[in-house]
Design a protein around this ligand. Sequence first.
Ligand SMILES: Cc1ncc(COP(=O)(O)O)c(C=O)c1O
Length: 387
Amino acid sequence: MEIKNLFQLNPEVVFLNHGSFGACPKPVMEEYLTWQRKMEFQPVEFLGRNHASLLKTSREKLSEFLQASPDDLVYVSNATTALNIIAWSIDLKPGDEVLGTNLEYGAMDRMWELICLHKGAKYIKVQIDLPIKSEELFVEAFMRQVNGRTKVIFASMITSSTALYLPLYKLCRIANSQGIISVIDGAHVPGQFPVQLDISPFDFFAGNCHKWMFAPKGTAFLYAKKNVQHLIKPLIISWGKEIDTLNNSDFINDMEYLGTRDISGFLTVPLCVSFLDEYLNQNARAQIYDLLIYAKDGMELILKTPKIVDSLERCIQMYAHQLPENVDGKMLKQKLYDDFKIEIPVSNQNGKQFIRISLQIYNIRSEVDFFLNKLEYLVSKCLVNSK
Ligand SMILES: Cc1ncc(COP(=O)(O)O)c(C=O)c1O
């Protein structure tokens, strides 16, 4: 069976944008619907009596996958929610500084800007020049901006527009030693790149299961190390430990029961982990990587703009290439879809436009060839002011 048949994706679309919202395979979707049916079969048993134990079983499986303690993780709807909980919770005082990079996801830049404005703190974007030549240079760029007012270091482990894996470990170890809180945006990490959260230097980590772990939309988690859990204040206040729960953890009790809500997506996570084990084995990952290199070489040849990545070691299942300045990226994206049904994102960052390809097990070489062929055809037609 063709692997694409395991997914519900429209067969008429060349889907090269797994990165934006993921894609849920049919077996996971079935499991999701099964949980929903169970919920509606006996709502009181499901949500009233079994809520905590169902979530605990699922959290334990997720925690094995992330090498984290199950009591240091809570399910949330998306990475945006996790990061908002963290950012609002940290006790920023007037004059405090949050250091991010110039490569962050726009919504998270906006979040820090607004929260810092509200609290009288400052959000500063460290300039990271691309390609990143070494971890040392990356750390140095940050450390030049660190001072006594620095309270938080924030960065994406895999960036959005530029699809780069950032070297965060050394930086966060230094942050730890200086009492600076590290907040990692891992929206694209789980399922794409392995992490061992408990032995990592990260204080807080926000991850999506609905992107690269194949979970239904609205499935994500917030990880907090034990020594910083007391900082977290839930954005939604419900019963907390007053509800009869299985957990000894205030963090879990405060964050897990948020009133009546559908937890079915969270309960599919054990199946998502098995699906990943079965379909994204070493062999499959090597094939995806080879196809990514092939796509990168083709994009480079067609677009002829400077590379933002030295070696593909910094890319895993996504690759982004800068568009020439005279290309109207919006028009290009639209034409790729309207004329050829190729779904691929183009985004802007720091005055540059990037086209980003995502590859997943369901993608095949002929799709990449088709994309490269149409990219070459359209790039000279979609010029700024050519409408
Ligand atoms: C780096 C990064 N952070 C955060 C997010 C937000 O993820 P979500 O919409 O699932 O909250 C995205 C979404 O693509 C992202 O790329």
